[in-house]
Design a binder for this molecule. Structure first.
Ligand code: MN3
Ligand code: FE
Length: 300
């Protein structure tokens, strides 16, 4: 470890207007909810009244989320380390809430499995080939690489895999599935409340990923090509996860349609890609400005 030569707080002071500090403020205000105090008693009653295929689909979706939350909890640290080593204090402050929130999400889904779904615990059969390619392989590879290679290109690979594809496409499409199944049928109120809070946390994580990638693109435009190429490769896995989930059923429970989810996922993907492209040729001050506006407008 290198010796410290200066401290941000005793020289320039915290940059409270910077995007990561705005996100940290939001995290302190909104991210403190407790998975342990959600009331799941009605959820258990509802669960027992569902049909077998309905339970199977909800269990499948939860198996993807549960392992996904565990993976993002386990794999985030090398990014925190890389950012800390660059002395980016505001970003590191935000990242402490990020890791805490992923830990709570892992806790939340575990409660669902224990207290609502109940019973068996080995759900790895729901982890289909595309899911494994993304969550078992690509995510830990991209994040783990940062431990020995914290270069901007490696950071871009980490953020696009973690924030843009896993959170921005896969998880967001997953929330859409929960909401479509549960809101429409007024099911599992405690679980739904948890998902709403979780989604709000997740929007801050994605906003940070966009900020990080934007400043990397603004600093070196050569990174843009790499990002687009890799995002296009990885989005195929995310679409594969949706496809494989639908293939498991002759008749889709809750009347879900594949088309709805494929186009939702592609819409999220394109939205993020457009946001990143807007960072090309910008100054860092402009990136700060436009990110701050988006964080302020976003009610989450
Ligand atoms: Mn999460
Ligand atoms: Fe997250």
């Amino acid at each position: 470890m290198m010796a410290h030569t200066t401290f941000a707080t005793t020289t320039r002071g915290l940059r409270r207007e910077s995007p990561p500090m705005r996100l940290f403020e939001k995290a302190k205000r909104l991210g403190g909810w407790n998975p342990s105090t959600l009331d799941l008693t009605h959820d258990r009653e509802h669960w027992l009244r569902l049909s077998d295929p309905e339970r199977d689909l909800l269990l499948r979706l939860t198996a993807l989320f549960q392992a996904g939350e565990e993976a993002v909890t386990l794999d985030l640290l090398p990014l925190v380390q890389a950012i800390a080593r660059e002395g980016r204090l505001e970003e590191e402050l935000f990242l402490t809430s990020f890791l805490y929130e992923e830990a709570k999400h892992t806790d939340f889904f575990a409660r669902f499995l224990d207290e609502v779904a109940g019973g068996e615990h080995d759900l790895s059969r729901f982890h289909t080939p595309s899911y494994r390619a993304l969550i078992y392989e690509a995510l830990p590879a991209a994040m783990g690489r940062l431990a020995t290679d914290p270069s901007p290109r490696a950071q871009a690979e980490a953020a696009l895999t973690y924030n843009m594809i896993v959170e921005g496409v896969l998880a967001e499409t997953g929330y859409h599935a929960y909401v479509t199944m549960l809101e429409a049928h007024d099911l599992l109120p405690g679980t739904r409340a948890g998902i709403r809070l979780l989604k709000q946390d997740e929007s801050r994580h994605i906003a940070y990923g966009i900020y990080l990638l934007s400043r990397l693109i603004a600093a070196d435009d050569a990174i843009w090509e790499q990002i687009v190429t890799r995002m296009n490769e990885l989005v195929m896995h995310a679409l594969g996860v949706i496809d494989e989930a639908f293939s498991a059923y002759d008749q889709m429970p809750f009347g879900l349609e594949l088309e709805t989810f494929t186009s939702y996922a592609l819409g999220q993907f394109q939205k993020r890609l457009d946001r990143l492209e807007a960072a090309r040729g910008r100054s860092l001050a402009e990136i700060d400005q436009s990110t701050a506006t988006i964080i302020a407008d976003d009610d989450g």
